[in-house]
Design a protein around this ligand. Sequence first.
Ligand code: HSE
Length: 417
Amino acid sequence: MVKVGIIGLGTVGEAVVKNLEKNREIIKARAGKEIKVIKGVIREPNKYTHLNIPLSTDYKDVTRNPEIDIVVELIGGVDKAFEIVSDALKHKKAVVTANKALLAYHRFELQKLASTPFEYEASVAGGIPVIKALRDGLSANHILEIKGIINGTCNYILSEMKKGRDYKEVLKEAQEKGYAEADPTFDVGGFDAAHKLLILASIAYNIDAKPEDILIEGIENINLTDIEFAKEFGYEIKLLGIAKKRDSEIELRVHPTLIKQQEMISKVEGVMNAVSVIGDVVGETMYYGPGAGGDATASAVISDIVEIARGNSNPMLGFKIPLEIEKCTLIKPDNIVSKYYLRIAVKDELGVLEKIAHILAQNNISIESFLQKPRDGYVKLLFSTHKAVEKDIKKAIKTIEKLNFVIKPINYIRIEE
Ligand code: HSE
Protein backbone atom coordinates (compact mmCIF):
# COMPACT_ATOMS: atom_id res chain seq x y z
CA MET A 1 0.00 0.00 0.00
CA VAL A 2 1.15 3.55 -0.77
CA LYS A 3 0.32 6.05 1.97
CA VAL A 4 -0.39 9.64 1.10
CA GLY A 5 -0.60 12.83 3.16
CA ILE A 6 -2.31 15.90 1.67
CA ILE A 7 -1.42 19.42 2.78
CA GLY A 8 -4.25 21.77 1.81
CA LEU A 9 -7.77 20.46 1.45
CA GLY A 10 -9.45 23.13 -0.65
CA THR A 11 -11.36 22.42 -3.87
CA VAL A 12 -8.53 20.38 -5.40
CA GLY A 13 -7.57 18.51 -2.21
CA GLU A 14 -11.16 17.46 -1.61
CA ALA A 15 -11.47 16.34 -5.25
CA VAL A 16 -8.31 14.23 -4.90
CA VAL A 17 -9.72 12.45 -1.83
CA LYS A 18 -13.12 11.97 -3.48
CA ASN A 19 -11.77 10.63 -6.79
CA LEU A 20 -9.20 8.32 -5.16
CA GLU A 21 -12.17 6.76 -3.38
CA LYS A 22 -14.57 6.83 -6.37
CA ASN A 23 -12.09 5.19 -8.81
CA ARG A 24 -10.30 3.07 -6.19
CA GLU A 25 -10.35 -0.21 -8.13
CA ILE A 26 -9.06 1.07 -11.47
CA ILE A 27 -6.44 3.25 -9.77
CA LYS A 28 -5.24 0.25 -7.75
CA ALA A 29 -5.05 -1.88 -10.91
CA ARG A 30 -3.09 0.81 -12.74
CA ALA A 31 -0.72 1.58 -9.87
CA GLY A 32 -0.31 -2.06 -8.87
CA LYS A 33 -0.91 -1.04 -5.26
CA GLU A 34 -3.67 0.34 -3.09
CA ILE A 35 -3.37 4.12 -2.55
CA LYS A 36 -4.68 5.53 0.71
CA VAL A 37 -4.80 9.05 2.10
CA ILE A 38 -3.90 8.63 5.76
CA LYS A 39 -3.62 12.27 6.84
CA GLY A 40 -4.73 15.74 5.81
CA VAL A 41 -3.39 19.08 6.95
CA ILE A 42 -5.72 22.04 7.11
CA ARG A 43 -5.99 25.35 8.98
CA GLU A 44 -9.50 24.69 10.34
CA PRO A 45 -9.95 20.91 10.85
CA ASN A 46 -13.47 21.27 12.30
CA LYS A 47 -14.76 22.30 8.87
CA TYR A 48 -13.58 19.09 7.20
CA THR A 49 -14.93 16.25 9.32
CA HIS A 50 -16.96 14.99 6.29
CA LEU A 51 -13.76 13.82 4.58
CA ASN A 52 -13.29 10.92 6.93
CA ILE A 53 -9.48 11.16 7.18
CA PRO A 54 -7.42 12.09 10.26
CA LEU A 55 -6.62 15.81 10.20
CA SER A 56 -3.94 18.01 11.66
CA THR A 57 -2.98 21.68 11.59
CA ASP A 58 0.79 21.00 11.53
CA TYR A 59 2.37 20.14 8.18
CA LYS A 60 5.19 18.27 9.94
CA ASP A 61 2.64 15.62 10.90
CA VAL A 62 2.78 14.74 7.21
CA THR A 63 6.28 15.74 6.02
CA ARG A 64 7.96 13.95 8.97
CA ASN A 65 5.49 11.12 9.38
CA PRO A 66 7.43 7.82 9.03
CA GLU A 67 4.29 6.07 7.71
CA ILE A 68 3.77 8.47 4.77
CA ASP A 69 5.33 7.76 1.35
CA ILE A 70 3.96 10.66 -0.74
CA VAL A 71 3.37 14.25 0.34
CA VAL A 72 0.84 16.14 -1.80
CA GLU A 73 1.18 19.92 -1.48
CA LEU A 74 -1.96 21.84 -2.44
CA ILE A 75 -1.78 25.06 -0.42
CA GLY A 76 -0.51 27.32 -3.26
CA GLY A 77 1.67 30.42 -2.81
CA VAL A 78 5.45 30.51 -2.75
CA ASP A 79 7.22 30.87 0.62
CA LYS A 80 5.24 28.60 2.95
CA ALA A 81 4.89 25.98 0.19
CA PHE A 82 8.66 26.08 -0.38
CA GLU A 83 9.24 25.50 3.35
CA ILE A 84 6.82 22.56 3.36
CA VAL A 85 8.04 20.89 0.17
CA SER A 86 11.70 21.32 1.17
CA ASP A 87 10.95 19.73 4.52
CA ALA A 88 9.23 16.80 2.81
CA LEU A 89 12.17 16.26 0.44
CA LYS A 90 14.69 16.48 3.28
CA HIS A 91 12.71 13.74 5.00
CA LYS A 92 12.91 11.61 1.83
CA LYS A 93 9.25 11.80 0.91
CA ALA A 94 8.14 11.70 -2.71
CA VAL A 95 6.33 14.95 -3.54
CA VAL A 96 3.36 15.82 -5.74
CA THR A 97 2.39 19.47 -6.15
CA ALA A 98 -0.04 21.51 -8.24
CA ASN A 99 1.72 24.72 -7.26
CA LYS A 100 2.80 26.71 -10.33
CA ALA A 101 3.95 29.80 -8.38
CA LEU A 102 6.26 27.67 -6.22
CA LEU A 103 7.78 26.07 -9.32
CA ALA A 104 8.07 29.36 -11.22
CA TYR A 105 10.47 30.57 -8.53
CA HIS A 106 12.06 27.45 -7.02
CA ARG A 107 11.96 24.57 -9.52
CA PHE A 108 15.73 24.31 -9.98
CA GLU A 109 16.44 24.49 -6.22
CA LEU A 110 13.82 21.83 -5.61
CA GLN A 111 15.28 19.64 -8.34
CA LYS A 112 18.65 19.80 -6.55
CA LEU A 113 17.05 18.96 -3.23
CA ALA A 114 14.97 16.07 -4.58
CA SER A 115 16.51 12.64 -4.17
CA THR A 116 12.99 11.20 -4.24
CA PRO A 117 10.36 11.45 -7.06
CA PHE A 118 8.89 14.92 -7.60
CA GLU A 119 5.85 15.31 -9.85
CA TYR A 120 3.80 18.40 -10.79
CA GLU A 121 1.47 17.55 -13.70
CA ALA A 122 -1.38 19.67 -12.29
CA SER A 123 0.73 22.84 -12.18
CA VAL A 124 0.26 23.58 -15.90
CA ALA A 125 -3.06 23.48 -17.77
CA GLY A 126 -4.94 21.61 -14.99
CA GLY A 127 -6.20 18.29 -16.31
CA ILE A 128 -4.21 18.24 -19.58
CA PRO A 129 -1.21 15.88 -19.27
CA VAL A 130 1.10 18.34 -21.00
CA ILE A 131 4.05 17.99 -18.60
CA LYS A 132 4.27 14.26 -19.24
CA ALA A 133 3.82 14.84 -22.99
CA LEU A 134 6.66 17.35 -23.11
CA ARG A 135 8.98 15.60 -20.67
CA ASP A 136 8.44 12.01 -21.81
CA GLY A 137 6.51 11.72 -25.07
CA LEU A 138 8.53 14.40 -26.87
CA SER A 139 11.94 13.61 -25.38
CA ALA A 140 13.41 12.88 -28.85
CA ASN A 141 12.83 16.46 -29.99
CA HIS A 142 14.36 19.88 -29.92
CA ILE A 143 11.35 21.96 -29.00
CA LEU A 144 11.08 24.74 -31.58
CA GLU A 145 8.00 26.45 -30.25
CA ILE A 146 5.32 26.30 -27.55
CA LYS A 147 2.14 28.36 -27.79
CA GLY A 148 -0.40 27.97 -25.03
CA ILE A 149 -3.73 29.21 -23.80
CA ILE A 150 -2.85 28.40 -20.21
CA ASN A 151 -5.11 30.67 -18.22
CA GLY A 152 -8.76 29.68 -18.32
CA THR A 153 -9.99 32.87 -16.66
CA CYS A 154 -8.51 35.11 -19.39
CA ASN A 155 -9.77 32.85 -22.15
CA TYR A 156 -13.24 32.90 -20.61
CA ILE A 157 -13.23 36.71 -20.36
CA LEU A 158 -12.00 37.19 -23.95
CA SER A 159 -14.54 34.67 -25.28
CA GLU A 160 -17.41 36.43 -23.51
CA MET A 161 -16.22 39.92 -24.61
CA LYS A 162 -16.66 38.78 -28.21
CA LYS A 163 -20.39 38.61 -27.45
CA GLY A 164 -20.21 42.33 -26.57
CA ARG A 165 -20.11 41.77 -22.80
CA ASP A 166 -18.31 44.07 -20.38
CA TYR A 167 -14.85 43.08 -19.07
CA LYS A 168 -15.59 43.72 -15.37
CA GLU A 169 -18.90 41.87 -15.41
CA VAL A 170 -17.31 38.78 -17.01
CA LEU A 171 -14.35 38.80 -14.59
CA LYS A 172 -16.81 38.79 -11.67
CA GLU A 173 -18.57 35.81 -13.24
CA ALA A 174 -15.24 33.93 -13.66
CA GLN A 175 -14.54 34.51 -9.95
CA GLU A 176 -17.98 33.22 -8.99
CA LYS A 177 -17.46 30.10 -11.13
CA GLY A 178 -14.21 29.38 -9.28
CA TYR A 179 -11.86 29.71 -12.29
CA ALA A 180 -9.92 32.72 -11.02
CA GLU A 181 -7.02 32.78 -8.56
CA ALA A 182 -7.67 34.10 -5.02
CA ASP A 183 -6.20 37.37 -6.33
CA PRO A 184 -7.56 37.64 -9.90
CA THR A 185 -4.83 40.11 -10.94
CA PHE A 186 -2.64 36.98 -11.21
CA ASP A 187 -4.97 35.81 -13.99
CA VAL A 188 -5.80 39.03 -15.87
CA GLY A 189 -2.27 40.43 -15.43
CA GLY A 190 -0.75 37.36 -17.15
CA PHE A 191 1.29 36.19 -14.11
CA ASP A 192 -0.44 32.83 -13.70
CA ALA A 193 0.18 32.06 -17.38
CA ALA A 194 3.80 33.21 -16.99
CA HIS A 195 4.36 30.80 -14.08
CA LYS A 196 3.09 27.95 -16.24
CA LEU A 197 5.12 29.01 -19.28
CA LEU A 198 8.32 29.06 -17.20
CA ILE A 199 7.68 25.50 -16.07
CA LEU A 200 7.15 24.31 -19.66
CA ALA A 201 10.24 26.22 -20.83
CA SER A 202 12.45 24.49 -18.24
CA ILE A 203 11.39 21.11 -19.55
CA ALA A 204 11.78 22.17 -23.19
CA TYR A 205 15.06 24.07 -22.88
CA ASN A 206 16.52 23.35 -19.43
CA ILE A 207 16.39 27.12 -18.92
CA ASP A 208 16.08 28.75 -15.51
CA ALA A 209 14.20 32.05 -15.78
CA LYS A 210 12.08 33.85 -13.22
CA PRO A 211 8.87 35.81 -13.92
CA GLU A 212 10.84 39.09 -13.62
CA ASP A 213 13.07 38.07 -16.54
CA ILE A 214 10.36 37.74 -19.16
CA LEU A 215 7.77 39.89 -20.90
CA ILE A 216 4.38 39.64 -19.14
CA GLU A 217 1.32 41.64 -20.14
CA GLY A 218 -2.30 40.99 -19.21
CA ILE A 219 -5.67 41.53 -20.84
CA GLU A 220 -6.74 44.57 -18.79
CA ASN A 221 -6.46 47.05 -21.70
CA ILE A 222 -8.32 45.02 -24.32
CA ASN A 223 -11.58 46.70 -25.30
CA LEU A 224 -14.42 46.13 -27.72
CA THR A 225 -12.70 48.20 -30.47
CA ASP A 226 -9.78 45.77 -30.44
CA ILE A 227 -12.20 42.86 -30.68
CA GLU A 228 -13.98 44.56 -33.62
CA PHE A 229 -10.62 45.12 -35.39
CA ALA A 230 -9.66 41.50 -34.82
CA LYS A 231 -12.93 40.32 -36.39
CA GLU A 232 -12.59 42.66 -39.36
CA PHE A 233 -9.05 41.44 -40.16
CA GLY A 234 -9.66 37.72 -39.54
CA TYR A 235 -8.03 37.42 -36.11
CA GLU A 236 -8.93 36.21 -32.61
CA ILE A 237 -7.44 37.80 -29.48
CA LYS A 238 -6.03 35.23 -27.03
CA LEU A 239 -3.75 35.52 -24.01
CA LEU A 240 -0.87 33.29 -25.09
CA GLY A 241 2.23 31.98 -23.36
CA ILE A 242 4.86 31.76 -26.08
CA ALA A 243 8.27 30.07 -26.06
CA LYS A 244 10.43 30.06 -29.18
CA LYS A 245 13.89 28.75 -29.92
CA ARG A 246 16.10 30.71 -32.32
CA ASP A 247 19.46 28.85 -32.53
CA SER A 248 20.52 28.80 -28.89
CA GLU A 249 18.40 31.80 -27.88
CA ILE A 250 15.01 31.44 -26.25
CA GLU A 251 12.16 33.92 -26.38
CA LEU A 252 9.63 33.70 -23.53
CA ARG A 253 6.60 35.96 -23.34
CA VAL A 254 3.00 36.19 -22.16
CA HIS A 255 0.64 38.73 -23.69
CA PRO A 256 -2.67 39.18 -25.49
CA THR A 257 -2.04 38.07 -29.07
CA LEU A 258 -3.83 38.45 -32.38
CA ILE A 259 -3.86 35.08 -34.11
CA LYS A 260 -5.48 34.10 -37.41
CA GLN A 261 -9.00 32.69 -37.01
CA GLN A 262 -8.14 29.54 -38.97
CA GLU A 263 -5.42 28.41 -36.50
CA MET A 264 -6.58 25.58 -34.24
CA ILE A 265 -5.64 27.43 -31.06
CA SER A 266 -7.94 30.33 -32.11
CA LYS A 267 -10.91 28.01 -31.78
CA VAL A 268 -10.34 27.31 -28.08
CA GLU A 269 -13.18 29.03 -26.25
CA GLY A 270 -14.27 29.65 -22.67
CA VAL A 271 -12.35 28.25 -19.73
CA MET A 272 -10.63 25.55 -21.83
CA ASN A 273 -6.83 25.45 -22.22
CA ALA A 274 -4.74 24.33 -25.18
CA VAL A 275 -1.03 23.98 -25.78
CA SER A 276 0.60 23.60 -29.19
CA VAL A 277 4.15 22.21 -29.16
CA ILE A 278 6.34 22.03 -32.26
CA GLY A 279 9.20 19.52 -32.13
CA ASP A 280 11.90 19.23 -34.79
CA VAL A 281 11.27 15.50 -35.17
CA VAL A 282 7.52 15.18 -34.68
CA GLY A 283 6.22 18.52 -36.07
CA GLU A 284 3.23 20.19 -34.40
CA THR A 285 1.34 18.44 -31.59
CA MET A 286 -1.58 19.91 -29.70
CA TYR A 287 -3.07 19.28 -26.26
CA TYR A 288 -6.55 20.48 -25.29
CA GLY A 289 -8.69 20.20 -22.18
CA PRO A 290 -9.92 21.76 -18.95
CA GLY A 291 -7.27 23.95 -17.36
CA ALA A 292 -9.01 24.64 -14.06
CA GLY A 293 -11.51 23.16 -11.62
CA GLY A 294 -11.35 20.60 -8.81
CA ASP A 295 -11.92 17.33 -10.68
CA ALA A 296 -9.75 18.23 -13.72
CA THR A 297 -6.84 19.21 -11.47
CA ALA A 298 -7.36 16.17 -9.23
CA SER A 299 -7.12 13.95 -12.33
CA ALA A 300 -3.57 15.26 -12.89
CA VAL A 301 -2.59 15.06 -9.20
CA ILE A 302 -3.76 11.43 -9.00
CA SER A 303 -1.86 10.54 -12.19
CA ASP A 304 1.32 11.74 -10.43
CA ILE A 305 0.53 9.63 -7.35
CA VAL A 306 0.00 6.59 -9.61
CA GLU A 307 3.29 7.30 -11.43
CA ILE A 308 5.17 7.35 -8.13
CA ALA A 309 3.33 4.28 -6.77
CA ARG A 310 4.40 2.32 -9.86
CA GLY A 311 8.02 3.05 -9.00
CA ASN A 312 8.71 5.04 -12.17
CA SER A 313 11.24 7.72 -11.55
CA ASN A 314 11.41 10.61 -14.01
CA PRO A 315 14.03 13.34 -13.84
CA MET A 316 12.04 16.22 -12.36
CA LEU A 317 12.61 18.72 -15.21
CA GLY A 318 13.26 16.06 -17.83
CA PHE A 319 17.07 16.17 -17.94
CA LYS A 320 19.19 13.45 -16.29
CA ILE A 321 22.34 15.50 -16.83
CA PRO A 322 22.69 19.24 -17.57
CA LEU A 323 22.47 20.37 -21.17
CA GLU A 324 26.01 21.73 -21.64
CA ILE A 325 26.77 21.87 -25.39
CA GLU A 326 23.43 23.32 -26.43
CA LYS A 327 22.97 25.62 -23.45
CA CYS A 328 20.25 28.16 -24.19
CA THR A 329 20.15 31.82 -23.19
CA LEU A 330 17.10 34.03 -22.75
CA ILE A 331 16.43 36.87 -25.23
CA LYS A 332 15.91 40.21 -23.45
CA PRO A 333 12.25 41.36 -23.75
CA ASP A 334 13.35 44.56 -25.59
CA ASN A 335 14.87 42.53 -28.43
CA ILE A 336 11.79 40.46 -29.21
CA VAL A 337 10.63 40.76 -32.82
CA SER A 338 6.92 40.68 -33.66
CA LYS A 339 4.22 42.21 -35.78
CA TYR A 340 2.05 44.70 -33.86
CA TYR A 341 -1.42 46.17 -33.84
CA LEU A 342 -1.67 49.77 -32.55
CA ARG A 343 -4.80 51.61 -31.41
CA ILE A 344 -4.32 55.39 -31.31
CA ALA A 345 -7.10 57.82 -30.34
CA VAL A 346 -6.55 61.28 -31.84
CA LYS A 347 -8.30 64.61 -32.48
CA ASP A 348 -9.57 64.75 -36.08
CA GLU A 349 -7.07 67.39 -37.35
CA LEU A 350 -5.07 68.09 -40.49
CA GLY A 351 -1.72 66.27 -40.75
CA VAL A 352 -2.26 63.82 -37.84
CA LEU A 353 -1.78 60.69 -39.94
CA GLU A 354 1.30 62.07 -41.66
CA LYS A 355 3.03 62.83 -38.33
CA ILE A 356 2.27 59.37 -36.92
CA ALA A 357 3.43 57.60 -40.09
CA HIS A 358 6.65 59.65 -39.99
CA ILE A 359 7.46 58.64 -36.39
CA LEU A 360 6.78 54.97 -37.19
CA ALA A 361 9.10 55.15 -40.21
CA GLN A 362 11.83 56.88 -38.17
CA ASN A 363 11.75 53.89 -35.81
CA ASN A 364 11.99 51.28 -38.59
CA ILE A 365 8.32 50.35 -38.28
CA SER A 366 6.56 49.60 -41.56
CA ILE A 367 2.74 49.79 -41.70
CA GLU A 368 0.94 46.72 -43.06
CA SER A 369 -2.72 47.78 -42.81
CA PHE A 370 -4.70 50.73 -41.55
CA LEU A 371 -8.27 51.49 -40.48
CA GLN A 372 -9.82 54.76 -39.28
CA LYS A 373 -12.93 54.71 -37.08
CA PRO A 374 -14.65 58.05 -36.42
CA ARG A 375 -16.09 58.35 -32.90
CA ASP A 376 -17.98 61.23 -31.18
CA GLY A 377 -15.51 64.11 -31.42
CA TYR A 378 -12.38 62.06 -32.12
CA VAL A 379 -11.05 59.25 -34.32
CA LYS A 380 -9.49 55.89 -33.58
CA LEU A 381 -6.58 54.95 -35.82
CA LEU A 382 -5.93 51.22 -36.01
CA PHE A 383 -2.65 50.07 -37.55
CA SER A 384 -1.05 46.71 -38.06
CA THR A 385 2.70 46.64 -38.72
CA HIS A 386 5.21 44.39 -40.40
CA LYS A 387 7.79 42.74 -38.12
CA ALA A 388 9.43 45.25 -35.78
CA VAL A 389 11.68 45.16 -32.73
CA GLU A 390 10.00 45.59 -29.33
CA LYS A 391 12.26 48.47 -28.23
CA ASP A 392 11.52 50.39 -31.47
CA ILE A 393 7.78 50.00 -30.96
CA LYS A 394 8.03 51.18 -27.34
CA LYS A 395 10.09 54.22 -28.40
CA ALA A 396 7.69 55.12 -31.22
CA ILE A 397 4.68 54.81 -28.87
CA LYS A 398 6.33 57.11 -26.32
CA THR A 399 7.07 59.70 -28.99
CA ILE A 400 3.57 59.53 -30.51
CA GLU A 401 1.91 59.78 -27.08
CA LYS A 402 3.63 63.15 -26.56
CA LEU A 403 1.93 64.70 -29.61
CA ASN A 404 -0.82 67.06 -28.47
CA PHE A 405 -3.50 65.62 -30.76
CA VAL A 406 -3.19 62.16 -29.13
CA ILE A 407 -5.93 62.01 -26.52
CA LYS A 408 -5.43 58.64 -24.76
CA PRO A 409 -2.56 56.22 -24.00
CA ILE A 410 -1.88 54.03 -27.04
CA ASN A 411 -2.85 50.38 -26.85
CA TYR A 412 -0.91 47.71 -28.72
CA ILE A 413 -1.28 43.96 -29.25
CA ARG A 414 1.35 41.67 -30.72
CA ILE A 415 0.36 39.68 -33.82
CA GLU A 416 1.51 36.07 -34.13
CA GLU A 417 1.61 34.55 -37.61
N1 HSE B 1 -6.72 30.58 -12.35
C1 HSE B 1 -6.25 29.53 -13.18
C2 HSE B 1 -6.90 29.68 -14.55
C3 HSE B 1 -6.59 28.19 -12.56
O1 HSE B 1 -7.79 30.51 -14.71
O2 HSE B 1 -6.49 28.99 -15.47
C4 HSE B 1 -5.73 27.06 -13.03
O3 HSE B 1 -4.39 27.24 -12.83
